[in-house]
Write a protein that binds this ligand. Sequence first.
Ligand SMILES: [Zn+2]
Length: 181
Amino acid sequence: MTEITVDGVRLIYVNPECIAAGMPWPVREITDLEPFMLDRLATGADDDVRMVLRPRFRAPDSADVYYLYWSEGGRARDIDVRVTQGGYTGTDFTNAVLTIYQATFCTKCGYVWHTLIIPPDNPYLDDRGVFNHELFRTKIVQSKILTCPTCHASLRQLVVKIFGQVEGERLPDCMIGMWHG
Ligand SMILES: [Zn+2]
């Protein structure tokens, strides 16, 4: 785990090997540690996603979890090395957006998906406590927003990555289609 600054935001970059090895977290309190993502990242299979921790403003011993998602294919294994050796540059993160994990359901067909979404609340908070709203808007505009893999309806969230279906989960029949004409 290495501290980096990306787009003005101070982050702790979590190398997948640290997750696989069960290394201790560098802060005392972490919100939203998602078992699905820990298992998934520990395998090292995804070259377009990395976990990062954003220490809380005024509470540096606690952190929120985000996932850097690179929209134009994977280079994360290369970036792991550059981050560890101190040779990364801002260019490495130009196509990366800060996301959060969410189990997202499709209100049309009812299937539930393991997804990364651009969060509704701006995550681009710098060390002075200032939000970079312009950058947040730019990241949204640059992102390809995905629809439901089964029925292609809008998922009504800014979904940028779908890992697969949440097995055995489905929206109750009485709620399916209620948002669609
Ligand atoms: Zn659907």
